[in-house]
Design a protein around this ligand. Structure first.
Ligand SMILES: Cc1ncc(C[n+]2csc(CCOP(=O)(O)OP(=O)(O)O)c2C)c(N)n1
Ligand SMILES: [Mg+2]
Length: 266
C-alpha cells in the first residue's frame, strides 16, 4: 500500500498493490473510520517488540547526537541543524547528497507540512541550489540547504544567483572530502586519487564570499550553530563549510553489492 498526495507516484519504482491518493492524515482518518472499532488489534507481543526496538534506536541515536568528536561526525553536525530547524519551523529545508541526505532525513524533524524538498525517490543530484532559489522566491521564507559536498558541486555556481538576488539562503555543506567518504584509495594503485575523493579540505565558503555573500568555515558544532543563527537573523546569503570526519560515511544503499561482477569477486 502506498499513500501519496501525487497519483503519479504510485508504481513509480515498485509495483503498488493498493495506491491511496491524498493527504496522509485525511487518508488514515478515512481508513480508521472505515475499519471501525471492532478491528482486531495486532498481537501484544508484536507491538511490544516494535516499541522495544524503537526505544533502543532512539537511545542509540541520542547518544550519537550528544557526542562531540573532532572533526565533527554527521550526527554531531546534524544535531545542530535539528535544533535550528526546530526553532525556525517556517523555514524551507532543501536536502541532497548521500550520507548528507540519509542522515538528515533521519535526524532532522519537520514541524509543518510542505517545508521539506529533497532529491526524492530517484535521488537526483544537482537540484539543491535551484530548489533554494525557487523556494526563497516563491515563499519569501528563510531557506536552509543541507548539501553533500559532491551534491553541491552539481549546481554550486548558483551561489552567484543567490547573491545576485540577495536571497535568504543558508547553505550548509557537509564536507567529508568526497562521495560517501573522503578516504577511498585508487583501486588500480595508480598515482591519481580515487574517483570518489575530492581536493582535501576544499574551502567552499570562499565561493559565496566571491559573490559578496557570507562564508564560514565551521569546525565545531558551536561554530556551526553560531553561523546558522547569524544567517537566519540577517537573512544574508550564507555558505557554511562544515568539516565532517572523512571516514564517517558509508556507501549509500550498498550499491556495489547490486553489481553482479563485484559480487562474484567478493
Ligand atoms: C545526477 C546524478 N548524478 C550522479 C548521481 C550518483 N550519486 C548519488 S549520491 C552522489 C553524491 C554523494 O556524495 P555527497 O553529496 O558528497 O554525499 P556524502 O555521502 O559524501 O555525504 C552521487 C554522485 C546521482 N544520484 N544523480
Ligand atoms: Mg561528501
Amino acid at each position: 500500500m502506498q499513500v501519496d498526495i501525487s497519483p503519479q507516484e504510485a508504481d513509480s519504482n515498485v509495483r503498488v498493490e493498493a495506491p491511496v491518493v491524498g493527504d496522509i492524515a485525511s487518508c488514515v482518518s478515512a481508513m480508521l473510520a472505515a475499519m471501525g472499532p471492532s478491528w482486531p488489534r495486532p498481537p501484544a507481543e508484536w507491538l511490544s517488540a516494535i516499541a522495544e526496538r524503537k526505544t533502543k534506536n532512539v537511545a542509540k541515536m541520542a547518544e550519537l547526537l550528544a557526542k562531540n568528536p573532532s572533526p565533527m561526525s554527521f550526527q554531531s553536525a546534524l544535531n545542530v541543524v535539528r535544533d535550528i530547524v526546530k526553532a525556525n519551523p517556517d523555514a524551507m529545508l532543501v536536502n541532497e547528497g548521500a550520507n548528507a541526505l540519509d542522515f538528515t532525513r533521519s535526524i532532522v524533524d519537520m514541524y509543518q507540512p510542505r517545508k521539506r524538498i529533497d532529491v526524492g525517490t530517484w535521488g537526483i543530484m544537482g537540484i539543491g541550489m535551484g530548489y533554494c532559489v525557487a523556494a526563497a522566491v516563491v515563499t519569501g521564507q528563510q531557506v536552509i540547504a543541507i548539501e553533500g559536498d559532491s551534491a553541491f558541486g552539481f549546481s554550486g555556481m548558483e551561489t552567484e544567483t543567490i547573491c545576485r538576488y540577495n536571497l535568504p539562503v543558508c547553505v550548509v555543506i557537509m564536507n567529508n572530502n568526497g562521495v560517501y567518504r573522503g578516504d577511498e584509495k585508487n583501486p588500480t594503485g595508480g598515482p591519481d586519487p580515487s574517483p570518489l575523493v575530492f581536493v582535501k579540505d576544499a574551502r567552499y565558503e570562499m565561493l559565496m564570499q566571491a559573490f559578496g555573500g557570507v562564508g564560514v568555515h565551521a569546525k565545531t558544532p558551536d561554530e556551526l550553530r553560531k553561523a546558522m543563527e547569524e544567517a537566519i537573523r540577517t537573512r544574508r546569503p550564507t555558505l557554511i563549510n562544515a568539516v565532517i570526519d572523512e571516514g564517517g560515511g558509508t556507501e549509500s544503499g550498498r550499491i556495489t553489492a547490486l553489481n553482479p561482477a563485484a559480487r562474484k569477486k567478493a
